[in-house]
Structures are given as C-alpha cells and as structure tokens.
Design a protein around this ligand. Structure first.
Ligand code: C5J
Length: 223
C-alpha cells in the first residue's frame, strides 16, 4: 500500500509514496564546512553539520524504497555570467563568490567547495540540479523533472532553512506541490531564523506546507 500518513504540523500529511520525492537542498561543503561561502559571509557553519546524519538516514531509506531523490547545488559558471552583479557584491565580505578559498573558488561549479558533502553524495541516476538562485525552480529544470516523474509531494531537507529551503518550498507550493520540511534535516546559522522559518511554513493551516522530522518521516515511509 503506497498511501501513507505522516505525523506533522499543522496536521497529518497524507501522501502516496509513489508520487513523493526526496529533495535535498544545497548540502554543499560551501555551506556546511569551514572555508566556504557560509563562513565568508561571517557565519559559524558548525550548527549546519547536525543535519547531515538525520538526512543520511532519510536518504538511505528513500534509496531502499526506490523513491525519486533530487539534490540541488547553489552555484555559478566559472565565468560568473549567471551570477547577478547584485549577488556578487552583497555581503561585503573580504572573500566573495568566485574568489579562491581553501576549498577552491567559492560557489563556483566544479570546485570542491561547491560539491555535496560525502555523506550525502548523489548516486548515479539521482538528478542533481545546479541552480544560480536560492529557489530550486528558478532557471532550472526542477519542475520538468518532477512533473515528468508524476511527483506531487516533496520531503524537503537541506540548508539553509530560511534561505534556499524556504524559497524552494514557496516556489513549489505555488506550483501545486505539497511540501513537508523535516525540522532536524534543515539547518540555519541562526537559531532564531530556524525557528521562524519553520513556523512560517506551517502557520495559517499550513500556508506553505507541513513540518515534521526525520523520525516521523521514517516511520511514515514504513522504514
Ligand atoms: C544561502 C542557501 N544561504 N543554500 N544559500 O545563501 O540557503
């Protein structure tokens, strides 16, 4: 039986495992390891590392169940022609997008820092979406892939909760996808933003979607 129920807020989520995908957003070294984009913006990256283990458990289960798994990476072409000049100068840090850091050029495709952490590394056949913006739907083929696969529901993990996760969930919601965000599998550099970003998703009867956690998601998936 593919029809499932997940304990979540603001109320139980009904979903069909066959039309549900796991979407893992930007679990790149540039955000979760020292020396990348996150740190260049002045953040302590260690809180984000706590999301890796619960996300790995959900990823393992999704793989065992044969679900569609999509990974995203935020970043730019080496010539930065797809990076808005406004994004380049924002942050005003000493190190900016395209500059050389300890993990290669910051937020540039093909560099070590741009790639996904080894624990969650995509397997062959799992689509990886390279996105120039915060949302996974802007200037990408994410929607096409999801529609072609008959996906209706997204289980969302990744970083950061208030930036790329929230932007993507809002984009997905406007396109008619149902999103459930797993609170221990999404992370922020700011505890107050983590709290607010999750609250916004489930507020007003689930205005953008649902919030659950890895334990409840794994139980709902039948793991
Ligand atoms: C940020 C992201 N925080 N992946 N990107 O700039 O959330």
């Amino acid at each position: 039986m593919a029809q499932k129920k997940m304990d979540a807020e603001p109320y139980e989520l009904e979903f069909d495992r066959n039309t549900t995908a796991l979407l893992i957003i930007d679990m790149q070294r540039d955000f979760v390891m020292p020396g990348g984009f996150g740190e260049a913006l002045g953040n302590d990256v260690t809180p984000l590392q706590a999301t890796i283990e619960p996300t790995r458990r959900v990823l393992d289960t999704a793989r065992k169940l044969g679900m569609l798994i999509i990974h995203t990476r935020e970043g730019h072409r080496p010539d930065l022609t797809d990076c808005p000049p406004t994004k380049l100068v924002r942050g005003r840090g000493k190190t900016r997008i395209g500059d050389v850091g300890p993990m290669g050029r910051i937020l540039v495709r093909g560099e070590v820092g741009h790639d996904i952490v080894p624990e969650l590394y995509p397997k062959a056949g799992e689509p990886v979406i390279d996105k120039p913006g915060k949302g996974a739907f802007y200037a990408t083929d994410a929607e096409l892939i999801l529609r072609n696969s008959g996906i209706k529901t997204l289980i969302v993990c990744g970083v950061t909760t208030e930036v790329c996760v929230n932007t993507t969930v809002r984009e997905a919601n406007d396109r008619g996808f149902e999103c459930v965000v797993l609170s221990d599998c999404v992370g922020s550099y700011f505890p107050e933003f983590q709290k607010a970003a999750l609250a916004m998703i489930k507020a007003q009867g689930g205005i953008f979607g649902w919030v659950s956690d890895s334990k409840r998601a794994l139980s709902a998936l039948g793991a």
